[in-house]
Design a protein. Structure first.
Length: 297
């Protein structure tokens, strides 16, 4: 498989700094070398140019912090991913989870617009809108914008192309704002909380996910490092106790790999400032390797 790595070092969507160094941390954890060891052809496209928060006024537009530079970065990400040649597996590295508004859109538009399912592996649903958000931080809103809610410029990065709410499955959820909960129910999005993980197990959740997304032609995995428990991944943008275990994360990636249906991947919210000896990046490289074919036997 031809894998194209693209870094999007955006640290504009969150209140805590550091995730702009995530792409470098993942590269230092031997991401490309690991994937080449699995037999893939790997091209590293470098990083997109993204504005640095300290060089900007922390202005708000419509209740959204750093809206204009985030729109610019997400549009650039969408255009870069959409332009990748057919047969390429895009592996995009954040940055905060706002980058997915660009990466998911770009993957949906590649070649020609196609129906795209999204598996959102995250502690958070990221389904706030400008009206519901308690902070105004856009990294808590990308999934809402991808399904057409919120600010028009972010919700229409792909023009008329959007993700259908019924084509979204969230796994590992354990932190949801009250208004988000209402919006999720209204949209009909399937969200598996950690209670569901405990009761059902990853294998059944994967089976139900594949059944729900059986009608999509492309399948994108957006993996926020904070989906894993902070004991596994301490260096993340917004840690929440009680997350997926190391083996639950790998099992999910291994099952998705065996499905043969995943066409693109995000890894986001790795924060080296809060990490210990680049441990979180190393764990996330392992998750990517499991999705791209690494096996125990």
């Amino acid at each position: 498989m031809n894998v194209s790595i693209l870094g999007i070092p955006m640290d504009l969507g969150a209140g805590r700094r550091g995730v702009d160094m995530g792409p470098s941390a993942l590269r230092n954890a031997q991401l490309a070398r690991t994937l080449r060891g699995l037999g893939h052809t790997v091209e590293d496209l470098g990083d997109l140019k993204v504005a640095i928060p300290e060089t900007l006024d922390k202005h708000e537009a419509g209740g959204l912090i750093f809206l204009d530079p985030i729109v610019d970065a997400c549009r650039a990400a969408a255009e870069r991913v959409a332009a990748l040649p057919p047969g390429t597996f895009p592996l995009t590295l954040g940055g905060d989870h706002s980058v997915s508004m660009g990466t998911v859109t770009g993957n949906g538009l590649r070649g020609e617009p196609q129906r795209t399912g999204v598996i959102w592996v995250d502690a958070h649903t990221d389904y706030n809108t400008p009206e519901s958000s308690p902070s105004g931080n856009i990294h808590g809103m990308p999934m809402a914008h991808l399904t057409g809610r919120g600010d028009e410029r972010l919700a229409r990065l792909g023009g008329d192309w959007q993700v259908r709410p019924e084509d979204v499955v969230m796994i590992g959820i354990r932190s949801v704002d009250p208004h988000e909960r209402e919006l999720l129910r209204e949209a009909g999005i399937q969200a598996y909380t950690m209670k569901d993980v405990d009761q059902l197990g990853i294998t059944r959740i994967h089976e139900e996910t594949q059944e729900r997304l059986s009608g999509v032609t492309r399948l994108h995995v957006s993996f926020d490092a904070d989906a894993l428990d902070p004991g596994v991944c301490p260096g993340v943008g917004t840690p929440v106790p009680g997350g997926l275990s190391y083996r639950e994360g790998h099992l999910l990636m291994e099952l998705l790999s065996e499905s043969g249906r995943v066409t693109s991947l995000d890894i986001v919210e790795v924060n080296p400032i809060l990490d210990t000896h680049n441990r979180t990046a190393e764990v996330m490289v392992g998750m990517a390797a499991s999705l791209l074919g690494q096996r125990i036997m």
